[in-house]
Design a binder for this molecule. Structure first.
Ligand SMILES: Nc1ncnc2c1ncn2[C@@H]1O[C@H](COP(=O)(O)OP(=O)(O)OP(=O)(O)O)[C@@H](O)[C@H]1O
Ligand SMILES: [Mg+2]
Length: 483
């Protein structure tokens, strides 16, 4: 027997959480907001877990949730009628956010804006979702909102050139929004690997890698390559970091120093092709860190998609992180956004340069917050990033995750995210997400709305799925006007 949709009754033993039981079909949704008519007055709550109970030959829905008004003194109650909250109540609750960012609409209550709290980005954030779940698209939508509604400087490491249009609104959006966006994004700089005209390219200086980075990229091991390592160590230690403007100058100094061991280091560098890497700034070019510190732009998109080698992207990350850390005492707030974060900050680094990048990320994850350096790291699975970095993330933006093991690991790692909602991520559609932590005063289930700017590197089209070329030829014959 299935009970008719009548009502659900709730109770609360502590005045902050509640449990309820009721008939099927009353419209109470997991993650949704509910109104509880308690003896002391109406309360707003959120359903955080739900299951179907079978008892006495009938089926019921039983669930648990949290009362969302944390400012009010907890008052336990024995019985309250529970109904889905009215749209205006939910809207008022979410609008209490001090610095709202509208990235989309609620998944649970159709059409209601999903507002994230911009102030919550003063913590590190992990954006997780499997390939194709919509991370990059949603990240772009979030960056647009940060550009439009905050003054938080953004430094984006963009390995696929997905965010290169962040500075310009799309032509087809409403003109008032387009104008406001264009004004806010006026100083968004995009640094590409290869540039035309006098646009500044994405470059770092060899000397910005420091001693550890130089040794790492030269594949010098402190013990196995004792002599060369030691020579480089002393040479660089005695040289101000700003002395060499280009990799050529460094290699010339190694060759001209008169010490055979330093000339051997030069040979090693040349054999490894280090002097031929595109990422190095020439003597007159400015590096990404120099543009960042000298011009203080609204945002920099460091598009490293044109580099041929992974070590170039990692060298950029190492140089940028080192420079940010060296200037930490300036306490200039910033959000360092890293899409495909496992590329430069993997859980299992495969070489010394990557290990150094991980060390720098770990340092910033652990201590960056007090200097205003905040991370937003996007990746497909939790185990792709180092645990000591993830453990410092106080915000979770979760998109679809198919693997039950990954969902369990996420629920365990991000204890502030309700496990029932993390588990729900296995059912998310494209562009749907859960936000939990400081960015979301209450956990939100939402879907990303349309973008204000174009996506850079959209997925390859799947029009090959609709008919073979023979079919196509036939249909072209039938419609001679189609090209
Ligand atoms: N909210 C959305 N509305 C419309 N299209 C979307 C939305 N989110 C994503 N897409 C589209 O779905 C595709 C996959 O999205 P996206 O590239 O953001 O996934 P991803 O999670 O970053 O994947 P990967 O991990 O492989 O980088 C893209 O073509 C994108 O344009
Ligand atoms: Mg992506």
């Amino acid at each position: 027997m299935i009970h008719e949709a009548t009502s659900s009754k709730a109770w609360s033993v502590d005045g902050t959480t509640f449990s309820y039981r009721g008939s099927l079909g009353t419209g109470l949704r997991l993650g949704g907001f509910v109104s509880l008519a308690t003896p002391g007055g109406d309360e707003l709550g959120q359903v955080l877990s739900q299951e179907v109970d079978e008892a006495d030959g009938g089926r019921f829905v039983a669930g648990h949730g949290r009362l969302v008004d944390s400012a009010r003194a907890p008052v336990p109650f024995a019985e309250a009628t529970v109904t889905a909250a009215a749209a205006d109540e939910v809207q008022t609750l979410l609008a209490s956010t001090t610095a709202p960012l509208q990235v989309g609409t609620l998944r649970t209550e159709d059409g209601i804006p999903a507002l994230l709290d911009a102030g919550g980005f003063n913590r590190h954030t992990f954006l997780c979702g499997q390939s194709g779940s919509g991370k990059t698209y949603s990240l772009g939508a979030l960056l647009e909102q940060l550009v439009l509604h905050t003054r938080l400087p953004l430094l984006v490491l963009d390995p696929n050139g997905d965010h290169v249009h962040l500075g310009r609104p799309r032509d087809d959006i409403d003109p008032t929004t387009a104008e406001a966006y264009a004004a806010a994004a006026d100083d968004v700089r995009v640094l590409h690997t290869v540039t035309e005209g006098d646009a500044a390219p994405l470059r770092v200086r060899f000397s910005e890698l420091g001693i550890a980075g130089t040794a790492a990229i030269l594949q010098l091991a402190p013990v196995a390559d004792r002599e060369e390592y030691n020579a480089v160590l002393h040479f660089l230690d005695a040289t101000p970091e700003t002395r060499f403007r280009s990799v050529t100058e460094v290699f010339q100094a190694f060759a001209g120093n008169g010490e055979p061991v330093l000339d051997a280091v030069r040979q090693r560098g040349e054999n490894l092709g280090i002097d031929r890497m595109t990422a190095w700034a020439g003597p007159d070019a400015r590096t990404v860190s120099e543009v960042w510190t000298q011009d203080r732009p609204r945002a920099i998109i460091a598009d490293s998609s044109g580099f041929e080698e992974r070590r170039e992207r990692i060298a950029v990350a190492v140089a940028v992180l080192r420079q940010l850390w060296a200037r930490r005492e300036e306490r200039r707030p910033l959000l360092l956004v890293v899409d495909e974060a496992h590329d430069v900050c993997p859980a299992d680094p495969s070489d010394e340069l990557q290990r150094l990048a991980v060390e720098l990320f770990s340092r910033i994850a652990g201590k960056g917050r007090k200097y205003g350096i905040h991370l937003l790291l996007a990746s497909q699975r939790p185990d792709k990033l180092p645990d000591n970095v993830l453990s410092q993330c106080d915000n979770l933006l979760l998109m679809r995750v198919n693997s039950a093991a990954d969902r369990a690991a996420l629920a365990q790692r991000f204890g502030f995210a309700p496990p029932g909602l993390v588990e729900l991520s296995g059912t998310f559609g494209l562009g749907e997400w859960l936000a939990a932590g400081k960015v979301a005063p209450v956990p939100l289930l939402a879907r990303t709305g349309s973008r204000l700017t174009l996506e850079g590197g959209a997925d390859v089209s799947t029009d090959w799925a609709t008919g073979s070329s023979a079919d196509q030829a036939q249909s072209n014959e039938a419609q001679p006007w189609s090209s």
